[in-house]
Design a protein around this ligand. Structure first.
Ligand SMILES: [Zn+2]
Length: 114
């Protein structure tokens, strides 16, 4: 268990490994979420909560995986700072917050002092 679910009263977030479109990734999901389709395109919950974070959510921003320590921080403090990379390899930092539908969301408008 990595922390309490931010979107329901009694759920806790645990990590599992999934293969999505042929690639293995971690998914951090609420104990109240029970998924019957898990192909990354369609991820419907038949449980009382549908909260999950894909470990590869930030891959398109140059961060290949979100680790368990980052998830713990996110659940405890509501955010964490991720080091991302632009297409031309420039590193930048952004605050990551929880988002019920997408798992996480990047606060692009917020500047982080490095
Ligand atoms: Zn939940």
């Amino acid at each position: 268990m990595l922390g309490s679910c931010p979107y329901c009263n009694d759920g806790s977030i645990t990590a599992a490994k999934k293969t999505v479109l042929g690639k293995q990734t971690k998914v951090y999901s609420c104990s109240n979420a029970h998924f019957h389709t898990e192909d990354g395109e369609c991820f419907e919950s038949v449980g009382s909560c549908a909260y999950r974070i894909w470990g590869n959510s930030l891959a398109k921003y140059g961060k290949r995986a979100i680790g368990e320590q980052e998830i713990k921080k996110l659940l405890r403090y509501g955010s964490f700072i991720a080091v991302l990379h632009s297409r031309n390899g420039v590193e930048y930092r952004k605050k990551i917050v929880t988002h019920y539908e997408y798992g996480i969301s990047v606060l692009f408008n917020e500047e982080i002092a490095s």
